[in-house]
Structures are given as C-alpha cells and as structure tokens.
Ligand binder design. Structure first.
Ligand code: MLT
Length: 266
C-alpha cells in the first residue's frame, strides 16, 4: 500500500486503475478497506484513490496540532495535500461516506474548483444536537482510556442494515476489524472534530456541481427521507436508494452501489 509524506506525517492510501480521478473518503471509524469492492470494480474506468484518513488504518496520528485543535477541515486540507502530492491537477470526483461526507462539505468550502462531481453516501449536512455532541466527547475520553473495542457492540446495529447483520458475515467481520485497527487518538480526534462541525444546510445551494446522494433503506442513521431533503437544497442533485443496505451501502451491496456510481459518472 503506497504512502506519501505530508505535513502531518505519512499518509497511506490505496490507488488502483487509470482514468478520471475518483477520491473515496471513508466513514468513522473505518479505513480504505471499506471501499475494497469499489477499488476492484471501478479501477477499470477510473483512477481510484482511497486514503486512510489521519489516525485510521495505517495512517498514524501523533499528538500535536491536528489532535489538539480537532476540525474536519484538517482532514479536508490533508486530502488536498494528497492530491497535490500525487500531482493530480484535473478536477476529480469526490465520494464521501458519512463522516467522509461531512469532510466533503469542508472540501467544497475550500476547494470546490477542484471538483467535477460529488457523491455523498449515508451522510447529512446538519450539525449534531447537544446530546450527540456530549456523547461524542464521552466516547473520545473513553476510547483513550480503554481502546476501541467497546465501540463494536453499539455501532454494528447502527452501521449495518438488518440484511447484513443476518446474512453477510464477511461484511460484519471487516467492519469489526476496521474499528479495532483505528487508533484511540484517531477516534477521539475524529469524534471531537465531528462534534465541532458547523451546520452546512445553508451552504448546500452553493454546490452546483452534479451531486449524487446514495442512501441505504435499512440505514437508521441517515435514512432516505433525511437525505432526500438535501436534494431540495443542492441545485444539481439526485438521490438513489439501495433496498437491502444500511449505513455502509458500498460494503453491504457493492454491486448495486457500483452500478449507481458508474451510471452517474458516465
Ligand atoms: C460514520 O459512519 O462516519 C459515522 O456514522 C458518522 C457520525 O458519527 O456521525
């Protein structure tokens, strides 16, 4: 797996295929492996790049400014740095899932001109209510004390749809493995950054590039009804739903997800 040295240290990423660049941003607390089916299939037509965000997978996070002043903008800036390091000058398609979607809004704010298209999967533009913010801070403290294993029990029924929980054991296994691989400081920093994020609802009308929204019908966190509301604000957007997928639709129903993405990008 290649790595590149950026201002915050080494960043690992997977890169496969050739064609127009497609940058995939994973959700919390996962890594590039959540996109393994997209890397395998979309590489026939695209230059697919899937980094491990700082503090996740194989991208180390050391204490310092990045963790002491947590902001989703830090991750967005690192992605821009990554594109520069890879000498990608043409406009890209950015695809973010959940936390990756929140980071995508920040990317749009600072570098919309670098995007040709946007794909937002299982995500939203609103900020968190107070109790969610408080919970994020508690999780951040707890993970620093005891590590990431406690997240598995609470998260699996939320991030995997009921079909996956019942009949896709390999998806469940990979989800657990990614949670366990995330560093405690990476998890704590991302939680604090998500807690601090601002509401992006009023920013959406400024994103006029073609935008695809994807939602799993078994997703309790960002269900289709919630994502549908964003199509009213994003001027050039459409929503596609996947019936037997939850929050992690690209992993749960990769065939359907890839078809939707390919149709949008053609
Ligand atoms: C994710 O999948 O990235 C998380 O559900 C995001 C969140 O905690 O809001």
């Amino acid at each position: 797996m290649p790595e590149t040295l950026l201002s915050q240290g080494k960043l690992h990423f997977e890169r496969q295929g050739a064609g127009p660049p497609l940058l995939l941003i994973h959700g919390f607390p996962f890594d590039h492996r959540m996109w393994q089916s997209q890397l395998a299939e979309l590489r026939t037509s695209f230059d697919v790049i899937a980094p491990d965000l700082r503090g996740f997978g194989d991208s180390p996070l050391h204490s310092g400014e990045f963790s002491e002043e947590p902001s989703l903008l830090n991750y967005a800036h690192e992605l821009i740095e990554l594109l520069d390091a890879l000498h990608i000058k043409e406009q890209i398609t950015l695809c973010g899932l959940s936390m990756g979607g929140y980071i995508a809004w920040d990317f749009c704010e600072v570098a919309l001109h670098r995007l040709e298209r946007l794909i937002i999967c299982s995500s939203k533009a609103s900020a968190d209510p107070k109790e969610v913010v408080e919970n994020r801070h508690q999780v951040a403290e707890r993970v620093m004390e005891i590590g990431p294993h406690f997240l598995i029990e609470g998260m699996l029924p939320k991030v995997l749809g009921k079909t996956s929980l019942q009949s896709r054991p390999s998806v469940k296994e990979l989800t657990e493995a990614m949670i366990m691989k995330s560093s405690p400081l990476g998890i704590a920093t991302a939680q604090r950054a998500m807690a601090a994020r601002v509401d992006r609802e009023d920013f959406l009308p400024q994103i006029a590039i073609p935008t695809l929204l994807v939602s799993g019908e078994e997703d309790p966190l960002t269900p289709p009804e919630l994502m549908k509301k964003m199509t009213g604000k994003l001027p050039n957007s459409e929503l596609k739903t996947i019936s037997s997928a939850g929050h992690l639709a690209p992993m749960e129903c990769p065939g359907e997800f890839n078809q939707i993405v390919k149709a949008f990008l053609q």
